[in-house]
Write a protein that binds this ligand. Sequence first.
Ligand SMILES: [Zn+2]
Length: 379
Amino acid sequence: MAIEEITPRQARERQLRGAVLVDVREAHERAGGLAEGALGVARAALEADPSAYLPERDAELLLICQAGARSMQAALALQAAGYVRVASVAGGTTRWIAEELPVARPELDADRLDFNERYSRHLLLPEVGEAGQLKLQASRVLVIGAGGLGSPAAFYLAAAGVGQLRIADDDVVDRSNLQRQILHTDARIGQPKVASAQSTLCALNPRTRIEAVAERVTSANVERLLDGVDLVLDGADNFPVRYLLNDACVKLGIPLVYGAVQRFEGQVSVFDAGRQRGGAPCYRCLFPEPPAPEFAPNCSEAGVLGVLPGVIGLLQATEAVKLLLGIGEPLRGRLLQFDALSMRFRELRLRPDPDCVVCAPHRAFPGYIDYAQFCATVL
Ligand SMILES: [Zn+2]
């Protein structure tokens, strides 16, 4: 049966005679004002369990949204669920306001207003929306290194609304860092990097809680650092730490967003073997053992183009946000390589090594190895 469409004025008249007006927009949309007396229930919640909000199936229901399309869809869903007297308001709240019908503004506390304004561009995306933003707010990410990769990554993760960032770095800000490590400032030279990072990130988004950990990653603290986090973003770019993080992430079932840079080239991948043993590779599937120190120059020896860690760190942050939201196709089992000079991306397929000492299915965890400290500088 077709759904009856009525004007806002007709809806107001019926509402005053006892019909129930339901605004099916998202909470952040209703925050801007809704038809007076309307019951606010987001469409997805209403369709998932209509009787929770509307116990009487023979009540007269008038659905309203922003422009009239979602309310029509919701009306069809309610009709299919057995509601017999459902109408949709043509033109929605936009027309209701244009016709100067009475509007109410829900009482919002300061926290909710801040959330709505700060994340408004995310809330507009159906793939994120309020549910996704709340997911980000409830998540906790470990960022290893407040250096070249950790700086842009943590900057954007805080801006995006990740609720908790645990940042580990035992270094202090040096003038030579400022060419790329954008969390820090000239005035903070000599300060611990995690303290400098905390100042910058809190100034950007006071909603994000920063746990500053001025420690180097070792086999003794790696599990404590990973405790309770949803994912790890590796911004360390030194081999001993990278292997420790990989092994701990496999053991604890936490996804690892890997990035590395040198000179004009960088690479990114997502290692998720911990949650998909045998189905996704880990870092050791790619490189079972670290290279000899003489083949692993760090940035202080080889140099790096200042913008390069910005590109790679933001690719890592992009993957982190996608994983936290559970959207899109993660960079899992793929190694993305970037060459800044030719401005080319290249992708390699990575397969899990069935004999990998750490992630092969049914293999017992071999224990952590502290490789010799041959590459001490955090980028
Ligand atoms: Zn592996």
